[in-house]
Design a protein around this ligand. Structure first.
Ligand SMILES: Cc1cc2nc3c(=O)[nH]c(=O)nc-3n(C[C@H](O)[C@H](O)[C@H](O)COP(=O)(O)OP(=O)(O)OC[C@H]3O[C@@H](n4cnc5c(N)ncnc54)[C@H](O)[C@@H]3O)c2cc1C
Length: 397
Protein backbone atom coordinates (compact mmCIF):
# COMPACT_ATOMS: atom_id res chain seq x y z
CA UNK A 1 0.00 0.00 0.00
CA UNK A 2 1.33 3.45 -0.97
CA UNK A 3 0.07 6.99 -0.25
CA UNK A 4 1.27 9.65 -2.68
CA UNK A 5 0.94 13.35 -1.85
CA UNK A 6 0.66 15.53 -4.99
CA UNK A 7 -0.11 14.54 -8.59
CA UNK A 8 2.43 16.48 -10.71
CA UNK A 9 5.47 15.19 -12.60
CA UNK A 10 6.75 13.19 -9.61
CA UNK A 11 3.54 12.04 -7.89
CA UNK A 12 1.53 11.02 -10.96
CA UNK A 13 4.45 8.98 -12.31
CA UNK A 14 4.91 7.07 -9.04
CA UNK A 15 1.13 6.46 -8.91
CA UNK A 16 1.07 5.08 -12.45
CA UNK A 17 4.17 2.93 -11.96
CA UNK A 18 3.28 1.32 -8.63
CA UNK A 19 -0.42 0.84 -9.51
CA UNK A 20 0.70 -1.00 -12.66
CA UNK A 21 2.76 -3.33 -10.41
CA UNK A 22 -0.44 -4.23 -8.52
CA UNK A 23 0.22 -2.20 -5.36
CA UNK A 24 -2.71 -0.48 -3.72
CA UNK A 25 -2.34 3.30 -4.27
CA UNK A 26 -4.01 6.38 -2.80
CA UNK A 27 -3.08 9.63 -4.56
CA UNK A 28 -3.96 12.74 -2.54
CA UNK A 29 -4.04 16.09 -4.35
CA UNK A 30 -4.54 19.55 -2.85
CA UNK A 31 -6.11 21.07 -5.99
CA UNK A 32 -9.23 20.19 -7.97
CA UNK A 33 -9.71 17.73 -10.80
CA UNK A 34 -9.45 19.64 -14.10
CA UNK A 35 -9.23 19.20 -17.85
CA UNK A 36 -5.98 20.22 -19.57
CA UNK A 37 -7.63 23.19 -21.31
CA UNK A 38 -8.58 24.84 -17.99
CA UNK A 39 -5.14 24.62 -16.34
CA UNK A 40 -4.45 28.39 -16.58
CA UNK A 41 -7.22 29.01 -14.00
CA UNK A 42 -5.12 27.19 -11.41
CA UNK A 43 -1.86 29.15 -11.50
CA UNK A 44 -0.83 29.73 -7.92
CA UNK A 45 2.31 31.83 -8.46
CA UNK A 46 4.31 33.00 -5.48
CA UNK A 47 5.42 36.64 -5.28
CA UNK A 48 9.04 37.54 -4.61
CA UNK A 49 11.63 39.58 -6.53
CA UNK A 50 11.61 36.69 -8.98
CA UNK A 51 8.01 35.48 -9.25
CA UNK A 52 7.85 31.70 -8.85
CA UNK A 53 5.34 29.92 -11.09
CA UNK A 54 3.38 26.74 -10.48
CA UNK A 55 -0.19 25.41 -10.65
CA UNK A 56 -2.19 23.72 -7.92
CA UNK A 57 -4.51 21.15 -9.52
CA UNK A 58 -4.62 17.50 -10.54
CA UNK A 59 -1.61 17.00 -12.85
CA UNK A 60 0.32 19.78 -11.08
CA UNK A 61 2.49 22.19 -13.05
CA UNK A 62 2.89 19.77 -15.96
CA UNK A 63 -0.55 20.96 -17.17
CA UNK A 64 0.88 24.37 -18.16
CA UNK A 65 4.27 23.20 -19.44
CA UNK A 66 5.61 24.21 -22.83
CA UNK A 67 5.94 20.52 -23.67
CA UNK A 68 9.76 20.59 -23.65
CA UNK A 69 11.20 17.13 -23.03
CA UNK A 70 14.94 17.16 -22.42
CA UNK A 71 17.26 15.12 -20.22
CA UNK A 72 18.93 17.28 -17.63
CA UNK A 73 21.21 16.70 -14.60
CA UNK A 74 22.03 13.21 -15.94
CA UNK A 75 25.72 13.57 -14.98
CA UNK A 76 25.05 15.25 -11.60
CA UNK A 77 22.70 12.40 -10.65
CA UNK A 78 25.21 9.78 -11.79
CA UNK A 79 27.74 11.41 -9.47
CA UNK A 80 25.43 10.76 -6.50
CA UNK A 81 25.00 7.14 -7.59
CA UNK A 82 21.75 7.40 -9.58
CA UNK A 83 21.96 6.16 -13.17
CA UNK A 84 18.72 6.94 -15.01
CA UNK A 85 19.63 5.65 -18.49
CA UNK A 86 16.84 3.07 -18.61
CA UNK A 87 14.30 5.37 -16.94
CA UNK A 88 15.05 8.24 -19.37
CA UNK A 89 14.54 5.91 -22.32
CA UNK A 90 11.23 4.66 -20.93
CA UNK A 91 10.05 8.17 -20.10
CA UNK A 92 10.88 9.51 -23.57
CA UNK A 93 8.90 6.67 -25.14
CA UNK A 94 5.87 7.07 -22.89
CA UNK A 95 5.73 10.86 -23.22
CA UNK A 96 6.32 10.64 -26.97
CA UNK A 97 9.35 12.95 -26.97
CA UNK A 98 10.52 14.09 -30.40
CA UNK A 99 10.97 17.18 -32.55
CA UNK A 100 7.88 18.49 -34.34
CA UNK A 101 7.48 18.44 -38.14
CA UNK A 102 8.31 21.60 -40.15
CA UNK A 103 4.58 22.26 -40.62
CA UNK A 104 4.39 23.12 -36.88
CA UNK A 105 7.13 25.77 -37.09
CA UNK A 106 5.56 29.20 -37.56
CA UNK A 107 7.05 32.09 -39.52
CA UNK A 108 8.29 33.85 -36.34
CA UNK A 109 10.12 30.79 -35.01
CA UNK A 110 11.65 30.12 -38.43
CA UNK A 111 12.89 33.69 -38.65
CA UNK A 112 14.51 33.44 -35.22
CA UNK A 113 16.20 30.16 -36.18
CA UNK A 114 17.48 31.58 -39.49
CA UNK A 115 18.69 34.77 -37.79
CA UNK A 116 20.56 32.78 -35.13
CA UNK A 117 22.23 30.70 -37.84
CA UNK A 118 23.21 33.85 -39.77
CA UNK A 119 24.90 35.07 -36.59
CA UNK A 120 26.83 31.80 -36.33
CA UNK A 121 24.87 30.41 -33.36
CA UNK A 122 24.01 26.74 -32.91
CA UNK A 123 20.21 26.48 -32.99
CA UNK A 124 18.29 23.22 -32.67
CA UNK A 125 14.65 22.14 -32.75
CA UNK A 126 13.43 21.61 -29.17
CA UNK A 127 12.43 18.01 -28.31
CA UNK A 128 8.71 18.11 -27.39
CA UNK A 129 6.15 15.83 -25.78
CA UNK A 130 3.47 17.11 -28.13
CA UNK A 131 1.47 14.88 -30.48
CA UNK A 132 1.94 16.53 -33.91
CA UNK A 133 -1.28 14.98 -35.20
CA UNK A 134 -3.36 16.77 -32.57
CA UNK A 135 -1.44 20.05 -32.18
CA UNK A 136 -3.32 23.00 -33.73
CA UNK A 137 -0.45 25.49 -33.13
CA UNK A 138 -2.57 27.96 -31.17
CA UNK A 139 0.22 29.12 -28.81
CA UNK A 140 -1.74 27.97 -25.75
CA UNK A 141 0.68 25.36 -24.32
CA UNK A 142 1.17 27.28 -21.07
CA UNK A 143 -2.55 27.92 -20.64
CA UNK A 144 -3.32 24.19 -20.83
CA UNK A 145 -3.63 22.54 -24.23
CA UNK A 146 -7.22 22.81 -25.62
CA UNK A 147 -6.57 19.72 -27.77
CA UNK A 148 -4.77 17.75 -25.05
CA UNK A 149 -2.04 17.33 -27.69
CA UNK A 150 0.65 17.89 -25.08
CA UNK A 151 1.46 15.20 -22.52
CA UNK A 152 0.55 16.17 -18.98
CA UNK A 153 0.59 14.18 -15.76
CA UNK A 154 -3.21 13.94 -16.02
CA UNK A 155 -2.73 11.03 -18.43
CA UNK A 156 -0.60 9.18 -15.85
CA UNK A 157 -3.22 9.90 -13.14
CA UNK A 158 -5.90 8.37 -15.37
CA UNK A 159 -3.72 5.34 -16.08
CA UNK A 160 -3.13 4.85 -12.34
CA UNK A 161 -6.89 5.10 -11.74
CA UNK A 162 -7.58 2.46 -14.40
CA UNK A 163 -5.17 0.21 -12.50
CA UNK A 164 -7.13 0.66 -9.27
CA UNK A 165 -5.54 3.78 -7.69
CA UNK A 166 -7.84 5.86 -5.49
CA UNK A 167 -7.61 9.57 -6.46
CA UNK A 168 -8.62 12.14 -3.84
CA UNK A 169 -8.76 15.82 -4.90
CA UNK A 170 -9.25 19.11 -2.98
CA UNK A 171 -7.38 17.53 -0.06
CA UNK A 172 -4.31 19.46 1.14
CA UNK A 173 -2.13 17.16 3.22
CA UNK A 174 -0.92 19.09 6.29
CA UNK A 175 0.98 16.49 8.29
CA UNK A 176 2.82 13.16 8.10
CA UNK A 177 2.34 10.57 10.85
CA UNK A 178 5.40 8.79 12.25
CA UNK A 179 5.86 6.18 14.98
CA UNK A 180 9.19 4.77 16.16
CA UNK A 181 11.02 6.17 13.14
CA UNK A 182 8.57 4.63 10.66
CA UNK A 183 5.97 6.44 8.57
CA UNK A 184 2.36 5.58 9.42
CA UNK A 185 0.29 7.79 7.12
CA UNK A 186 -0.76 11.39 6.45
CA UNK A 187 -3.20 13.87 7.87
CA UNK A 188 -5.47 16.29 6.07
CA UNK A 189 -7.35 18.31 8.70
CA UNK A 190 -9.28 15.77 10.78
CA UNK A 191 -8.94 13.05 8.18
CA UNK A 192 -6.18 10.49 8.58
CA UNK A 193 -5.03 8.06 5.87
CA UNK A 194 -2.83 5.25 7.19
CA UNK A 195 -0.08 3.44 5.34
CA UNK A 196 3.49 2.28 5.75
CA UNK A 197 4.82 3.86 2.56
CA UNK A 198 4.32 7.57 1.86
CA UNK A 199 5.71 9.50 -1.12
CA UNK A 200 5.84 13.30 -0.84
CA UNK A 201 5.48 14.87 -4.30
CA UNK A 202 3.90 18.20 -3.38
CA UNK A 203 6.47 20.23 -5.34
CA UNK A 204 9.58 22.14 -4.26
CA UNK A 205 7.63 24.85 -2.45
CA UNK A 206 5.41 22.50 -0.37
CA UNK A 207 7.27 19.25 0.27
CA UNK A 208 10.00 20.91 2.43
CA UNK A 209 7.30 22.55 4.55
CA UNK A 210 5.88 19.12 5.37
CA UNK A 211 9.39 17.82 6.18
CA UNK A 212 10.16 20.84 8.38
CA UNK A 213 6.96 20.34 10.38
CA UNK A 214 8.26 16.85 11.20
CA UNK A 215 11.63 18.25 12.28
CA UNK A 216 13.40 16.59 9.34
CA UNK A 217 16.33 18.21 7.48
CA UNK A 218 15.68 20.17 4.29
CA UNK A 219 17.74 22.42 2.01
CA UNK A 220 15.14 25.16 1.92
CA UNK A 221 17.78 27.92 1.82
CA UNK A 222 19.10 26.62 -1.52
CA UNK A 223 16.07 27.26 -3.70
CA UNK A 224 16.70 27.66 -7.43
CA UNK A 225 14.06 28.53 -10.02
CA UNK A 226 15.87 28.80 -13.42
CA UNK A 227 15.15 32.55 -13.53
CA UNK A 228 13.98 33.83 -16.92
CA UNK A 229 13.00 36.93 -18.84
CA UNK A 230 11.66 37.30 -22.36
CA UNK A 231 12.92 40.05 -24.66
CA UNK A 232 10.52 41.13 -27.38
CA UNK A 233 10.19 43.66 -30.17
CA UNK A 234 7.69 44.63 -32.85
CA UNK A 235 7.55 42.85 -36.19
CA UNK A 236 4.14 43.85 -37.57
CA UNK A 237 1.79 41.00 -38.50
CA UNK A 238 4.23 38.16 -37.69
CA UNK A 239 1.55 36.14 -35.80
CA UNK A 240 4.24 34.63 -33.52
CA UNK A 241 1.79 34.50 -30.58
CA UNK A 242 0.20 31.42 -32.25
CA UNK A 243 3.49 29.54 -32.77
CA UNK A 244 4.19 26.41 -30.73
CA UNK A 245 5.96 27.99 -27.78
CA UNK A 246 9.73 27.37 -27.34
CA UNK A 247 9.98 25.22 -30.45
CA UNK A 248 13.74 25.79 -30.81
CA UNK A 249 16.67 26.13 -28.43
CA UNK A 250 20.14 27.67 -28.33
CA UNK A 251 22.24 26.31 -25.48
CA UNK A 252 25.08 28.19 -23.82
CA UNK A 253 27.20 27.31 -20.79
CA UNK A 254 24.83 28.66 -18.10
CA UNK A 255 21.77 29.85 -20.00
CA UNK A 256 19.56 29.01 -22.94
CA UNK A 257 17.64 31.06 -25.48
CA UNK A 258 14.31 29.96 -26.95
CA UNK A 259 11.59 31.60 -29.08
CA UNK A 260 8.85 32.70 -26.69
CA UNK A 261 5.82 34.97 -26.74
CA UNK A 262 4.51 36.48 -23.51
CA UNK A 263 1.54 38.78 -22.85
CA UNK A 264 3.84 40.72 -20.52
CA UNK A 265 5.59 42.03 -23.65
CA UNK A 266 2.35 43.67 -24.83
CA UNK A 267 1.91 45.32 -21.40
CA UNK A 268 5.58 46.42 -21.38
CA UNK A 269 5.16 48.06 -24.77
CA UNK A 270 1.95 49.80 -23.70
CA UNK A 271 3.79 51.21 -20.70
CA UNK A 272 6.38 52.64 -23.09
CA UNK A 273 3.63 54.19 -25.22
CA UNK A 274 4.17 51.72 -28.07
CA UNK A 275 1.11 50.42 -29.84
CA UNK A 276 1.37 46.69 -30.49
CA UNK A 277 -1.08 43.83 -30.57
CA UNK A 278 -0.06 40.26 -29.64
CA UNK A 279 0.16 39.38 -33.38
CA UNK A 280 2.93 41.96 -33.89
CA UNK A 281 5.53 40.76 -31.38
CA UNK A 282 8.57 38.51 -31.76
CA UNK A 283 10.26 37.34 -28.57
CA UNK A 284 13.10 35.22 -27.15
CA UNK A 285 13.28 33.77 -23.65
CA UNK A 286 16.57 33.97 -21.71
CA UNK A 287 16.62 31.25 -19.06
CA UNK A 288 19.59 30.94 -16.71
CA UNK A 289 21.00 28.39 -14.26
CA UNK A 290 20.46 30.73 -11.31
CA UNK A 291 22.48 30.70 -8.11
CA UNK A 292 20.93 28.41 -5.52
CA UNK A 293 20.40 30.96 -2.77
CA UNK A 294 16.62 31.44 -2.62
CA UNK A 295 14.95 30.89 0.74
CA UNK A 296 11.74 28.98 1.33
CA UNK A 297 10.31 29.73 4.74
CA UNK A 298 6.85 31.04 5.61
CA UNK A 299 7.49 33.23 2.58
CA UNK A 300 9.64 32.70 -0.52
CA UNK A 301 12.62 35.03 -0.99
CA UNK A 302 14.17 34.72 -4.41
CA UNK A 303 16.21 37.54 -5.91
CA UNK A 304 18.91 38.04 -8.52
CA UNK A 305 22.59 37.73 -7.57
CA UNK A 306 25.39 39.58 -9.39
CA UNK A 307 26.20 36.41 -11.32
CA UNK A 308 22.53 35.93 -12.28
CA UNK A 309 22.38 39.54 -13.47
CA UNK A 310 25.48 39.06 -15.65
CA UNK A 311 24.00 35.91 -17.24
CA UNK A 312 20.64 37.59 -17.86
CA UNK A 313 22.32 40.61 -19.49
CA UNK A 314 24.56 38.42 -21.63
CA UNK A 315 21.51 36.42 -22.78
CA UNK A 316 19.42 39.54 -23.33
CA UNK A 317 22.10 41.12 -25.48
CA UNK A 318 22.31 37.99 -27.67
CA UNK A 319 18.51 37.77 -27.83
CA UNK A 320 18.43 41.41 -28.96
CA UNK A 321 20.94 40.74 -31.74
CA UNK A 322 18.93 37.74 -32.99
CA UNK A 323 15.61 39.61 -32.86
CA UNK A 324 17.14 42.51 -34.78
CA UNK A 325 18.56 40.16 -37.41
CA UNK A 326 15.12 38.49 -37.65
CA UNK A 327 13.49 41.80 -38.52
CA UNK A 328 12.12 43.09 -35.18
CA UNK A 329 12.54 46.82 -34.58
CA UNK A 330 15.29 47.37 -31.93
CA UNK A 331 13.71 50.69 -30.91
CA UNK A 332 10.75 48.72 -29.55
CA UNK A 333 12.58 46.11 -27.43
CA UNK A 334 11.16 45.48 -23.95
CA UNK A 335 11.68 42.79 -21.31
CA UNK A 336 9.17 40.87 -19.21
CA UNK A 337 9.47 40.88 -15.38
CA UNK A 338 11.71 38.30 -13.69
CA UNK A 339 10.08 34.89 -13.28
CA UNK A 340 11.10 31.33 -12.49
CA UNK A 341 9.16 28.24 -13.59
CA UNK A 342 11.43 25.45 -12.27
CA UNK A 343 11.54 25.74 -8.47
CA UNK A 344 13.67 22.98 -6.99
CA UNK A 345 16.54 21.90 -4.76
CA UNK A 346 14.77 22.40 -1.42
CA UNK A 347 14.98 18.79 -0.18
CA UNK A 348 18.11 17.60 -1.93
CA UNK A 349 19.62 14.20 -2.34
CA UNK A 350 22.34 13.92 0.32
CA UNK A 351 20.58 16.32 2.72
CA UNK A 352 16.88 15.47 3.00
CA UNK A 353 16.92 12.09 1.24
CA UNK A 354 19.39 9.33 0.49
CA UNK A 355 20.27 7.71 -2.82
CA UNK A 356 16.91 5.86 -2.75
CA UNK A 357 15.14 9.22 -2.22
CA UNK A 358 14.09 7.97 1.22
CA UNK A 359 14.16 10.32 4.22
CA UNK A 360 15.53 9.33 7.62
CA UNK A 361 11.98 8.18 8.46
CA UNK A 362 11.64 4.63 7.16
CA UNK A 363 9.10 4.35 4.32
CA UNK A 364 8.90 8.12 3.71
CA UNK A 365 10.16 9.13 0.23
CA UNK A 366 10.40 12.43 -1.66
CA UNK A 367 9.88 12.42 -5.43
CA UNK A 368 9.58 15.86 -6.99
CA UNK A 369 11.75 18.82 -8.00
CA UNK A 370 12.79 19.30 -4.35
CA UNK A 371 15.37 16.51 -4.59
CA UNK A 372 17.21 17.82 -7.68
CA UNK A 373 20.92 18.25 -6.88
CA UNK A 374 21.50 21.49 -8.88
CA UNK A 375 19.72 24.14 -10.93
CA UNK A 376 19.14 22.46 -14.30
CA UNK A 377 18.87 25.65 -16.36
CA UNK A 378 16.68 23.46 -18.56
CA UNK A 379 13.22 21.85 -18.47
CA UNK A 380 13.18 19.28 -15.63
CA UNK A 381 9.95 17.24 -16.18
CA UNK A 382 11.63 14.34 -18.00
CA UNK A 383 14.25 14.07 -15.25
CA UNK A 384 11.59 14.09 -12.50
CA UNK A 385 9.61 11.42 -14.40
CA UNK A 386 12.79 9.31 -14.67
CA UNK A 387 13.53 9.74 -10.94
CA UNK A 388 9.94 8.73 -10.13
CA UNK A 389 10.31 5.56 -12.19
CA UNK A 390 13.58 4.79 -10.40
CA UNK A 391 11.96 5.17 -6.94
CA UNK A 392 8.87 3.20 -7.98
CA UNK A 393 11.13 0.21 -8.65
CA UNK A 394 12.64 0.57 -5.18
CA UNK A 395 9.20 0.81 -3.56
CA UNK A 396 7.84 -2.17 -5.49
CA UNK A 397 10.84 -4.26 -4.34
C1 LIG B 1 4.56 27.95 -17.40
C2 LIG B 1 5.46 26.77 -17.15
C3 LIG B 1 5.98 26.05 -18.22
C4 LIG B 1 6.82 24.96 -18.00
N1 LIG B 1 7.27 24.25 -19.07
C5 LIG B 1 8.03 23.16 -18.86
C6 LIG B 1 8.44 22.35 -19.97
O1 LIG B 1 8.11 22.62 -21.13
N2 LIG B 1 9.19 21.24 -19.70
C7 LIG B 1 9.61 20.93 -18.44
O2 LIG B 1 10.34 19.94 -18.27
N3 LIG B 1 9.23 21.68 -17.37
C8 LIG B 1 8.43 22.76 -17.55
N4 LIG B 1 7.99 23.49 -16.48
C9 LIG B 1 8.40 23.06 -15.11
C10 LIG B 1 7.63 21.84 -14.65
O3 LIG B 1 6.25 22.00 -14.89
C11 LIG B 1 7.91 21.58 -13.17
O4 LIG B 1 9.30 21.61 -12.95
C12 LIG B 1 7.38 20.21 -12.73
O5 LIG B 1 6.00 20.09 -12.99
C13 LIG B 1 7.67 20.01 -11.25
O6 LIG B 1 7.19 18.75 -10.87
P1 LIG B 1 6.86 18.44 -9.35
O7 LIG B 1 6.36 17.05 -9.27
O8 LIG B 1 8.02 18.84 -8.53
O9 LIG B 1 5.71 19.51 -8.96
P2 LIG B 1 4.28 19.78 -9.59
O10 LIG B 1 4.19 19.27 -10.99
O11 LIG B 1 3.99 21.22 -9.38
O12 LIG B 1 3.31 18.91 -8.68
C14 LIG B 1 3.11 19.17 -7.32
C15 LIG B 1 1.68 18.73 -6.97
O13 LIG B 1 1.49 18.71 -5.56
C16 LIG B 1 0.23 19.29 -5.23
N5 LIG B 1 0.30 19.75 -3.84
C17 LIG B 1 0.95 20.83 -3.34
N6 LIG B 1 0.81 20.86 -2.00
C18 LIG B 1 0.07 19.80 -1.63
C19 LIG B 1 -0.43 19.30 -0.39
N7 LIG B 1 -0.16 19.92 0.77
N8 LIG B 1 -1.19 18.18 -0.39
C20 LIG B 1 -1.47 17.54 -1.57
N9 LIG B 1 -1.04 17.97 -2.78
C21 LIG B 1 -0.27 19.08 -2.81
C22 LIG B 1 0.11 20.39 -6.29
O14 LIG B 1 -1.22 20.83 -6.44
C23 LIG B 1 0.64 19.69 -7.53
O15 LIG B 1 -0.37 18.92 -8.15
C24 LIG B 1 7.15 24.58 -16.67
C25 LIG B 1 6.62 25.30 -15.60
C26 LIG B 1 5.79 26.38 -15.82
C27 LIG B 1 5.23 27.14 -14.66
Amino acid sequence: MVIIVGSGAGGATVAKEVAAKGLSVTLIEKGPEIEDKDAFKHYSNVDSEVKVMRTICLGGTTTVSAGNGVRCLEEELRQVGIDLKVEFEEGEKELGVGVLPDSLFGEGTRRIMDAAENLGLDVKKMPKFIDPNRCKSDGRCSFGCPEAAKWSALSFVKEAERNGAKILTNMPVDGVLVKNGEVKGVRCGDRVSSDDTVVLSAGALETPRLLKRMGLPTSSSSLFVDTFITIGGILAGIGFNKDVTMNAVMKFEDFLLSPHFSRHLVNGMERRGLKASPEDILGIMVKIKDEEVGVLDEKVEKGVTNRDAVLLSEGASLAGSILGEAGADPATFVSTPLRGAHPGGTARIGIAVDQNLETEVSGLYVVDASVLPAAPGAPPILTIVALAKYVSRIIAR
